[in-house]
Ligand binder design. Structure first.
Ligand code: AMP
Length: 222
């Protein structure tokens, strides 16, 4: 099961990815998480990309493509199944991804597109809180931690991402509309696009996707 998760910032990709990961036991590869870890570690890469991430701009294609190529081709890389979240974000990245996966004979199987509305996006992003330790995603009102300001599962501190403020959200939406929406058509042409309603609860979406994947499996067996 090799999946790409598509949708605007705040569509709920990270939350859905965590549920899919729990159910299907496949790794969740989030380029945003990888970049934030580099920034936290103050590595050379982290310093290089900080300005882009904090302002809501895209990190240059060549940097992000290299990161993904390493992740997907290094020794011990997950080949049979994974979810890519936040990548690809430009047509150049989508084309590069296909080329990388062609070399190892493991193409993407489905691109799940989470369609949602602007008011939903703003509400989700401004209320989002993330665990500093395990990366679990909460929402102040829709999905609060039972333990208040610490994570339900690991007691890590919950924080608000620096780019989850209204001004940067607007910038990220502009970037999404210009650079990322063409990818939807890219996967549609490849007949890999699976559209889901991003306004629904993640648990309901997980159920829909499980049914879809099971049907696909059955169809391949027939
Ligand atoms: P995310 O956590 O997916 O919302 O990503 C946070 C930020 O990381 C984005 O606003 C970009 O600055 C950067 N980023 C993540 N993935 C990519 C990508 N595939 N291409 C370029 N920049 C990215």
């Amino acid at each position: 099961m090799r999946i790409v998760l598509l949708g605007p910032p705040g569509a709920g990709k990270g939350t859905l990815a965590n549920l899919i990961k729990g159910k299907f036991a496949i790794p969740h590869i989030s380029t945003g998480d990888i970049l934030r870890e580099e920034m936290k570690a103050e590595s050379a890469l982290g310093k290089k990309i900080k300005g882009y991430v904090e302002s809501g701009a895209l990190v240059p294609d060549e940097i992000i493509i290299q990161i993904i190529e390493n992740r997907l081709t290094e020794k011990g890389a997950p080949r049979e199944g994974y979810m890519l979240d936040g990548f690809p974000r430009t047509t150049a990245q989508a084309t590069a991804l296909d080329a990388i996966l062609k070399k190892i004979g493991q193409p993407i199987e489905s691109a799940i597109y989470m369609e949602t509305t602007l008011p939903m996006i703003v509400s989700r992003l401004t209320g989002r809180r993330v665990c500093r330790e395990c990366g679990a995603v909460f929402h102040m009102t829709n999905r609060p931690s039972k333990k208040g300001n610490v994570c339900d599962s690991c007691d890590g501190e919950l924080y608000q991402r620096a780019d989850d403020n209204e001004e940067t959200i607007r910038k990220r939406m502009d970037v999404y509309l210009t650079s990322t929406t063409p990818i939807i058509e890219y996967y549609q042409k490849q007949e890999k696009l699976l559209k889901v309603d991003g306004n629904k609860e993640s648990e309901d979406l997980l159920q829909e996707l499980s049914d879809e994947f099971n049907e696909n499996k059955a169809a391949h067996r027939d």
